[in-house]
Design a protein around this ligand. Sequence first.
Ligand code: SF4
Length: 384
Amino acid sequence: MKTCEEYEGFELGPIRPPSEAKSLMLRITRNCPWNSCTFCGLYKGQKFSIRPVSHIIKDIDVIRYYVDEIQKIMAQSDGAAHHQYMNLMAGQPESDRMALHAALIWVQGGMQSIFLQDANTLIIKPDDLVEILKHVQKSFPQVERITSYARSHTIARISDDDMACIAAAGLNRIHIGMESACDEVLDFVKKGVDKKTHIIAGQKVKRAGIELSEYFMPGLGGVTLSRENALETADALNQINPDFIRIRTLGLPENVELYKDFQSGSFIKPGDLPMAEELLLLLDNLNGITSTVKSDHILNLFQEVEGRLPEDKERMTAPLRAFLAMPPEEQLIYMVGRRTGIFSKLEDLYDSELRNHAEKARIAHRVTLDNVDDFTLEMMKQFI
Ligand code: SF4
């Protein structure tokens, strides 16, 4: 895309995966080129654009400059570092202050990784991406990991040769929001991709030697397609064998289209119990793969459902089975404790102090077995 826009300084996009907390963010595109998924409100109302390569190169150079300055200040270590940071910041425009802050966080985090923003970096021309990656490598040769989000639809259209060039230039981890591989679910939530394309894209990333994270969203099929959501997704994941399978339970904020479907009754959101069943069904049906399962999102009911397949499958599924076998009153206390942030894992239920807090929260919020799903929905909105 040709553009004559002026460079207005270092830019930061709105989000990164939880695993990129220590990474430097480099904004390659703005917002999402698809922006139609009915469960996603991240970029609603925001126009997609591709930043000129020259602007991104300038961003990289600005970060290199501030990294050098920060390292000089650190090397002096005469106790006046804070004062010198403030001097460096003084009088700078907002974008430079943002760049300095980003550089500082990155230096403190060890400067090992970079995350390319926003939602689908691979939509830019492969040659442009290669040029950017090469400049990153030249400027920061110590970087071990460069990561991006990407849509399956986009990756499926990139040739194997181009993917190989992108990998050789340094992109070594891609996160794909698969969410589901059930075509009916994908259609309903307007994901703009089907199961076959998910599989083609995932296999292509793996063939290029790029580490692949695929996200699964329990609950996205609603009550009606819960089983299909688990089984079809497990089948696709079995054909891809991604390095990571990341669980990200459906949340339903009021600003997304799916919330309107929920209000009209055309989408029936499963509560925590059926979502636990759905996750168990997925895990039970992951076969013949060596992926690592991660549960690194606050909306997940169980943070401990993590491990490597196949050896950790029993251990990973144990808390789900235990939870589903509990008396309803015990399940209720766990759900309230988890959704209020008191519990992070099932065994917290047996910590008398935490359990006491959870029981008090249940009473304070008047949560019963009849209204727990409404309570959960409200609590989850606070974390989105
Ligand atoms: S592709 Fe990703 S960022 Fe874009 S609308 Fe869908 S879920 Fe949101």
